[in-house]
Design a binder for this molecule. Structure first.
Ligand code: COA
Length: 389
């Protein structure tokens, strides 16, 4: 293993440094680095040691990813590769073992690895290289499928996994580093992250708000306005209203402040939308929809009804429209509701809406000074569509 000794590269045999510099320019050409580029490189790469420069000059270790303006060659940390390979002498053969059935690809990847140009990877190693290649291909297929049919559920899942990752899977977001201006110059265009994370999210994770207001049989669902704070604060003052809400008790100032924030309409892409329910000209509650995770295939729904409006089916009527918005307007494939298991009225509402209780968590939720059970209800788009008849 090499010692890391800071700027010792500058004291390396000048012939090694000159050789490495020449090879670097052959591969990358000459392009300016901004101050922000240099800061990024200093954060994620390390100065090459004299011993490393000797091996790099001999073509046994990857070229530097960058040269700083002061001439320091900056390399990726591949200590874990060397540890796994056992020695530099074994590095090439160890690397090739990751493509046991495809020696041509293995050798091509080795050359790319040696070129120092795999600067897009947060961790430079053959596993990351394989994952990146696989996930970009997965994303490419899913993007084509979603362009053909935005509601293709397999494509939604596959694209979300490729870009955002899953429970035990890293996505391109975790694998690929942010891009710097210097890289766009030397590669002559956008980076993998530009194309497969940022552009994909801009195209597919950019929900737009629905046209408002929305009318149901008895309700108008509209944007919240600051004046709604008066009725909302009155509801919060009732202990029965707040008892099972997932939020802590709110005082009038907190209600007014939250209300003001909800009254700022989402004009463009957004992660949540809150709609006030108006009945006969009066604010009687609200429904809220949140996107789950970082994708746009699942939403969570929530609701509150002011006590004086209870018992008429108004909350159910509003929530039915909430589900319609989730499935028809936002095009998600699954909607969930989470509640305190003691909240029987809310659980009854889920049942009225045709949601299925999928989870009963025992004493998992600390709320208002006590441990309580919680329920998760869910409904799939296919189930919701079947309900519509
Ligand atoms: C949860 C909450 C929204 C439920 O309110 P609700 O009044 O029970 O729900 P609805 O408005 O849908 O009304 C349903 C009732 O109206 C009756 N009803 C009358 N006309 C109806 C109609 N046209 N359609 C449906 N139900 C009707 C139903 O039979 C039901 O009565 P029941 O409770 O005697 O069975 C309300 O209790 C609440 O806001 N609580 C405080 C905040 C909260 O806990 N939010 C949920 C957090 S998870």
């Amino acid at each position: 293993m090499f010692d890391r000794v800071g700027d010792d590269a500058l004291t390396a045999p000048s012939s090694d440094l000159a050789t490495v510099r020449r090879k670097f320019l052959d591969v990358n050409g000459e392009h300016p680095m901004t101050a922000a580029d240099e800061a990024h490189v200093r954060e994620h790469f390390q100065p090459a040691t004299p011993e490393q420069l000797t091996e790099i000059a001999a073509g046994r270790l990857p070229l530097p990813g960058y040269f700083l303006a002061d001439g320091t060659p900056m390399v990726a940390d591949i200590a874990d590769c060397l540890e796994a390979a056992g020695s530099i002498d074994r590095l090439h053969d160890w690397f090739l073992e990751f493509w046991p059935d495809d020696p041509t690809t293995a050798e091509r990847e080795w050359l790319d690895f040696l070129s120092g140009q795999y600067v897009c990877l947060r961790k430079l190693n053959p596993l990351s290289i394989r994952n990146k290649t696989r996930l970009v291909e997965q994303a490419r297929v899913a993007v084509d499928a979603r362009r053909a049919d935005p509601r293709d559920e397999s494509a939604q899942g596959s694209l979300a996994e490729a870009v955002d990752g899953g429970l035990a899977i890293m996505g391109l977001d975790q694998i690929l580093m942010p891009t710097i201006a210097y890289d766009r110059l030397r590669f002559g265009g956008p980076s993998s992250r530009d194309v497969w994370v940022d552009a994909v999210r801009a195209e597919f994770n950019n929900p737009q708000p629905p046209a408002l207001p929305i009318h149901t049989e008895r309700l108008t669902l509209r944007r919240t306005i600051p004046e709604d704070a008066v009725a909302n604060a009155r509801a919060w003052a009732d202990p029965d209203f707040a008892r099972y809400l997932l939020l802590p008790q709110q005082n009038p100032a907190e209600v007014a402040f939250a209300n003001l924030q909800h009254s700022k309409p989402p004009d463009g892409p957004h992660r949540m939308i809150a709609l006030t329910m108006e009945h006969e000209g009066t604010n009687v509650g609200n429904i809220v929809l949140f996107f789950e995770g970082t994708g746009t295939s699942g939403m969570e729904i929530g609701w509150t009804l002011h006590p004086r409006a209870a018992g008429q089916g108004l909350a159910t009527e509003a929530a039915r429209m909430g589900l319609r918005l989730a499935f028809e307007h936002y095009g998600v494939r699954r909607v969930v509701a989470n509640l305190d298991a003691l909240n029987q009225r809310s659980a009854a509402m889920c049942e009225r809406l045709g949601m299925r209780r999928e989870v009963h968590r025992l004493a998992d939720f600390w709320s208002k000074g006590r441990w309580t059970d919680s329920y998760e209800y869910a409904i799939l788009r296919t189930e919701w569509e079947a309900q519509q008849g």
